[in-house]
Design a protein around this ligand. Structure first.
Ligand SMILES: [Zn+2]
Length: 487
């Protein structure tokens, strides 16, 4: 893995601000000290020793990604199917069927993996409202793998299920419906909703992925900087209930959630229209275009491609599919960076339907999606936190100094960073076009570069090359103001 040469960074004696002499090649390579920009105002000593280029990949993460087991995922899916329904409103007192049995099994399964995992129910008493047709106790199941710092990275799915007459296939073929419309009132609102709702793909797949990653991370032997949380949400099908309650609590308790990787319907590679695609995964993220969720999505694509090059991450610049929702949006609602993974080709006739069974699943495809999640989450959890690029008033710390025509980027240092990677691209375009590695500084100048014509961002990098997601310099929307007219 690429290392920032400590001797080199120590030898950089900064006497003034750092600046790029030229913008360099169109696409600067990510892993080479030669791409440290030519800097002015400092001297370099003992730089005769060449740095040793090494693999861009962390062998620990490679091993972790390889440890994701297709067979284990298949076994978890079959177990989840065996509960017949995991509806949030189903019976909670049977030891083998319904939501109570399912959540107890998930808790005990994750507990069995490692004493390092702190597994618990995240419990709430929810009043009757909307699609919650009676007062009900809901329990997310969460497994925490403590890191060296309190900042948190979530991998999630929802273990609750739903089945309606005709399923999602009939819903899609019919006229558009209001996704927030309350469900029709059941005959007896106080009776448990125990109709079969196997939900093996929706969202047994995201749940199995989350459970399997909790095992792989806890047993990896890696000492992560970030605290990892493997979260199986409940109440998703009634309006993201479990995720909203947890995200709201996290905001109230100032829990620093840095990223949420939410997986919902990620285990089937055969579209209902016959189109098969087992080599790609979609990642949805809320805008605007350089929101932290968008940067997280770009990060998943960048690091997924390195560790799982056979699997393509397709970024979608929208919160989710039309008329559909997922738990990542609940985290967005409370201000956290969160993205939603979705299989590339859905079979709607099996969703929200009694036909959402193991027989419709591709455990191999689910395993590839799990590996992309693992690569991105592990890289992020080993990296320093993304640097801060706003001042106390929320304004981006970018200016035109010193000439008045330069791009002058400032950021706050991230604990554990050994350097920073600067990214930029034309202001009209979704993907970073240029990047360059700089040493452990908190300011960088690109001369004669009009800040109005590019998007700029900076990521923190540790000594081993683990990289945060990018913090982008964006102007917050202006409130505007009214114009007073003479009477
Ligand atoms: Zn779902």
């Amino acid at each position: 893995m690429m290392r920032i040469d400590k001797r080199l960074s120590k030898a950089l004696v900064w006497s003034s601000m750092v600046s790029l002499v030229s913008l360099g090649p169109a696409k600067a390579g990510p892993c080479c000290l030669l791409n440290v920009p030519v800097v002015s105002g400092f001297s370099r000593t003992s730089s005769t020793e060449p740095s040793t280029p090494s693999s861009d990949l962390d062998p620990g993460i490679v091993k972790l990604v390889e440890s994701i087991s297709e067979d284990r995922l298949a076994a978890i899916l079959k177990k989840l199917e065996s509960f017949e329904t995991r509806s949030t409103l189903s019976s909670s007192d049977s030891p083998t069927r319904g939501i109570g049995a399912a959540r107890q099994w998930i808790l005990e399964e994750m507990r069995s993996y490692s004493p390092r995992l702190q597994v618990s129910f995240d419990t709430y008493q929810v009043a009757k409202q909307g699609r919650i047709t009676r007062d009900v106790e809901v329990r997310n199941v969460m497994a925490v793998l403590p890191g060296r710092s309190p900042r948190r990275i979530y991998v999630s799915g929802h273990y609750d299920t739903v089945a309606r007459p005709g399923g999602q296939g009939a819903a899609n073929a019919g006229p558009p419906r209001d996704p927030d419309a309350p469900a029709p009132a059941p005959a007896d609102p106080n009776a448990p909703l125990d109709n079969p709702a196997p939900g093996v793909n929706d969202d047994g797949s995201g749940t199995a992925l989350t459970i399997e990653l909790s095992r792989a991370f806890a047993q990896s032997g890696i000492d992560f900087d970030a605290t990892l949380v493997f979260m199986c949400h409940v109440g998703e099908e009634q309006g993201l209930i479990g995720a909203k309650l947890h995200a709201r609590k996290a905001l109230q308790e100032h829990i620093p959630i840095e990223a949420v990787f939410n997986n919902d319907i990620v285990g089937n590679d055969r579209g209902g229209n016959g189109i098969i695609d087992g080599a790609t995964i979609r990642v949805y993220s809320e805008g605007p275009e350089d929101s932290s969720s968008r940067e997280l999505a770009r990060f998943v694509q960048r690091w997924g491609a390195r560790y799982v090059p056979s699997h393509k991450v397709r970024l979608m610049a929208r919160p989710d599919r039309f008329g559909r929702g997922g738990d990542h949006s609940a985290y967005n609602q409370y201000g956290f960076a969160a993205v939603g993974f979705r299989e590339s080709r859905e079979n709607f006739t099996r969703q929200h339907d009694v036909r959402d069974l193991f027989e419709g699943m591709s455990p191999a495809y689910l395993a590839r999606n799990a590996r992309v999640n693992a690569a991105a989450a592990a890289t992020l959890a080993l990296a320093p936190a993304p640097p801060g690029v706003t001042n106390e008033r929320g304004q981006p710390t970018i200016s035109r100094q010193p000439s008045g025509y330069d791009a002058n980027l400032k950021w706050t240092a991230s604990p554990g960073a050994a350097g920073y990677r600067i990214f930029w691209r034309d202001a009209w375009g979704p993907d970073w076009q240029h990047e360059t590695l700089v040493s452990n500084v908190t300011q960088f100048v690109l001369p004669d570069t009009q800040i109005d014509d590019y998007v700029f961002g900076v990521a923190a990098v540790d000594a081993a090359g683990h990289e945060s997601y990018v913090s982008a310099y964006v102007t917050p929307p202006r409130a505007g103001g009214d114009v007073k007219l003479l009477k």
